[in-house]
Design a protein around this ligand. Structure first.
Ligand code: SF4
Length: 247
């Protein structure tokens, strides 16, 4: 199964959401999440333009360069680099060529860059950067040891060590694949992400099918108070197992 950026990031918020995307379940794009995407998109454009200005124009490229140019490291900065293969589907905000010095031996290598509009760099953002690194390794043959997150109003660059994060990403991908192999999507579990999730209506319908009034109560519009993750409770009030067809 191909793991997409969207599936991976969703899994960090809610495992079921990852499988909603895998199955192409119809989502209802909410006004709030649409606004968030727009703000993030504008930030990515702004961060790219600012970064580009610090490189010679003939050393930057937008999109995927010719494979020979990529292999020969013709460009120092590449924006919106897409990776699509049997394992991954990812669109990296940017990759930057850096001179890696390991024990006095210099080697040029591409590292992933992420542009994050938020001021705070969350653990999810770090893991998504590590996912980008893993996807990038499928294109350039080795996993980068670090990457950068450019974040916040001042577009500050934070260098992130990736080795431990990549281990966690591999573990998460393995869990996703296990669910896929068993053809058993994760159960519906309430979590703090529900109130901003595009699948809220679908999950509400699933809850209604199971006549689970307590679960529905937690889906009430604008309810941010009951946002505690309840993974520990086995009660059917909180967990509903869904098959692939009706997740
Ligand atoms: S509405 Fe909640 S339970 Fe359903 S997919 Fe979204 S985050 Fe997961």
């Amino acid at each position: 199964m191909q793991i997409t950026q969207q599936m991976f990031e969703s899994y960090l918020h809610c495992p079921l959401k990852c499988f909603q995307y895998r199955d192409g379940s119809p989502a209802q794009v909410r006004e709030y999440s649409e606004w968030q995407r727009q703000v993030q998109h504008e930030y990515e454009q702004s961060a790219w333009n600012r970064l580009c200005a610090s490189f010679p124009p003939d050393k930057t490229f937008w999109g995927n360069p010719a494979p020979t140019d990529f292999q020969s490291h013709r460009y120092k900065l590449i924006g919106q680099y897409r990776i699509i293969n049997a394992e991954f589907e990812a669109s990296l905000n940017a990759v930057q060529l850096i001179d890696l010095n390991i024990g006095g031996h210099h080697r040029d290598t591409y590292i992933p860059l992420r542009f994050v509009v938020r001021e705070k760099v969350t653990s999810a953002a770090r893991l998504c950067l590590a996912f980008d690194a893993l996807a990038l390794s499928s294109a350039c043959g080795q996993v980068p040891h670090f990457g950068k997150i450019i974040h916040g109003q001042s577009q500050q660059a934070l260098t992130i060590s990736l080795d431990k994060l990549v281990v966690k990403v591999r573990h998460t991908i393995s869990r996703i694949r296990q669910h896929d192999a068993r053809n058993s999507p994760p159960p519906l579990i309430l979590n703090r992400h529900c109130h901003e999730c595009d699948f809220q209506l679908r999950c509400r319908a699933t809850a209604a099918e199971h006549d689970d009034l307590s679960l529905l109560a937690n889906f009430s519009e604008g309810n941010g108070s009951d946002n505690t993750r309840r993974e520990s409770s086995p009660s059917r009030n909180c967990r509903i197992h869904s098959g692939r067809a009706n997740a």
